[in-house]
Structures are given as C-alpha cells and as structure tokens.
Design a protein. Structure first.
Length: 202
C-alpha cells in the first residue's frame, strides 16, 4: 500500500472521498474481507472523514475498501432489529483506475453471503462532497433526501470528524460537552443535506 507523502500536493477528491480516478475505469481488483485496522488505515489516508469506530465488517483490497457499521437511523434500525447494515465509508486510493461502483457491487454480494439475516443496506451521500451517482451505478435505490441531521459538522485540529465517531468515543453530541473535552481544538460549521440510498438484499 502506497503511503501518503506529505510533500505531495493534495490530490483532487473524487466522488467518494478518494482522488478522482483515471479514465477509462476498470473493474475492481479482487475483493476480500479485511480487518478494521487495515480499513481504517486506508480511511485515514484517503477519506475526508478519516477512520470509523465500531466497524462490523470491511471488504476491500490494497487500493480501496467499503466499511459497514450498525445502522444509526432509529427509523431503520428500530424497525428492523439488526437486519440492516449501514455503509459508513468507502474510499479508493488516489488515481485508482477501477470504478468504485464495481467495488461496491462485489461488496454487496459478500455481505449477502456473510450476513444472511441482513435484508437491506443503507447509506447516505453527503451532498457537499458528491452527488451519490456512484450508488446508482452500483444498483442502489434513492430513498429520499433529508436536511443535515446535526446542526453542525465538527472538526478537531482542522480535520473533519463525524458525529458518529464523537458519539462512539464520548457518548455525547452536545456541543458544550464536546468543547469541554477538546477546548479550542474543536470547531463547528453548518452541515449540508444528505441523500439516502438503500440496497435490498432479499
């Protein structure tokens, strides 16, 4: 795996957090189950939100990965009682020549094989960074659009951090409590709308 060289200029972000891939796009290299630590290493290097806490399963290869967690939507998780997983992150290395939708399609088949009780997958497209077209290319269905669930997006030491991560570590999303923990290291800015996509497995 190529390590990020701090002397290099920052690559242009692609649709899902990695650099814009070259054309024409190829099929994804062979995909297999990978450890949370390997997935988070890639996310730390290539995804604008960084690593994920509480990974249930991750699939990928040396150039990218898809990471799944418990679904954080009370509407979905409460109604389905653990039969839904959330695609929390996906990322590709800078300049990857394969289509992200190809990696997603293989990953969905592996989830269906490894988690036979899961009936569907859900994910959210952050409209500030991409339009969600890659989900549609991989066969996911658009399932509505919502305003930002949180009023603010947090950054720590200038690096964006999801509220999912803050909750997992501190069991709070309260701004005052987070400021008490991080002091001047943490800052907040308004969130943007998100678009929800669903992939049915049964």
């Amino acid at each position: 795996m190529r390590l990020k060289d701090s002397s290099e200029p920052a690559p242009r972000r692609g649709e899902e957090g990695g650099a814009a891939p070259t054309q024409p796009l190829q099929k994804s290299p062979q995909v297999s189950r990978i450890s949370a630590s390997v997935a988070n290493s890639m996310l730390s290097q290539w995804h604008y939100l960084g690593p994920v806490h509480g990974i249930i399963v991750a699939y990928g290869h040396r150039e990218g990965c898809c990471v799944f967690t418990n679904c954080r939507s009370y509407n979905f998780e409460g109604a389905q009682q653990g039969r839904v997983l959330e695609l929390a992150r996906m990322v590709g290395s800078p300049g990857h020549p394969w289509a992200m939708s190809s990696l997603m399609a293989v990953t969905v088949r592996l989830v269906k094989r490894d988690f036979p009780d899961v009936i569907f997958l859900v994910t959210y497209a952050d409209l500030e960074h991409h339009t969600g077209k890659v989900y549609e290319a991989a066969g996911w269905g658009r399932d509505g659009e919502r305003k930002g669930h949180h009023k603010f997006l947090a950054s720590i030491d200038g690096v964006a951090v999801s509220y999912r991560t803050l909750w997992d570590y501190h069991k709070t999303e309260n701004m005052e409590k987070l400021i008490a923990i991080y002091g001047p290291r943490i800052s907040f800015r308004p969130t943007c709308p998100k678009r929800r996509y669903v992939k049915w497995l049964k």
